[in-house]
Design a protein around this ligand. Structure first.
Ligand code: CU
Length: 142
């Protein structure tokens, strides 16, 4: 009697543990790691190394607010691959202005399983074109 109930408890504990282990918590990924969001990084490479991404993962963009030194940065979403390839901001949507990357940074939740195209919109797209400040990510549903 005692042994069967302890066996039942053991089974319960083990099955709870496997649920905990298989549950996936959203990741928080700092874009560019310690290099943050800056001119001249290879963010496509960073995205590959940090992948795969899942729905509800959080991207963190960190960059200094305009301070008179260097050129400020921002975060835009581009609507499709063509605008992304060409750094065409005509239909882009600003998601973080030049001040929002300050401190702990700007957080963007990947809410849907679709391709997100991110780019810095500063200097009329020059940071995107010459600074390579762009990357795309396709979060997986789970
Ligand atoms: Cu920039």
């Amino acid at each position: 009697m005692a042994s069967s109930s302890s066996t039942a408890i053991l089974v319960l504990v083990v099955s709870c543990m496997s649920v905990v282990c298989s549950a996936r918590h959203p990741k928080r990924i700092v874009v560019g790691g310690s290099q943050t969001w800056e001119f001249g990084m290879d963010y496509s490479d960073c995205a590959l190394k940090n992948g795969p991404f899942y729905v509800n993962d959080v991207l963190v963009f960190r960059y200094p607010a305009p301070n008179g030194f260097g050129s400020p940065h921002s975060v835009y979403l581009l609507p499709n691959l063509e605008s992304f390839s060409n750094c065409d901001f005509s239909k882009a949507r600003e998601v973080a202005n030049t001040s929002q990357g300050e401190g702990d940074g700007f957080e963007f939740v990947l809410e849907q399983s679709k391709t997100y195209y991110f780019a810095c919109g500063e200097r009329n797209g020059l940071h995107c074109v010459d600074g390579n400040m762009k990357f795309s990510v396709l979060p997986k549903a789970y």
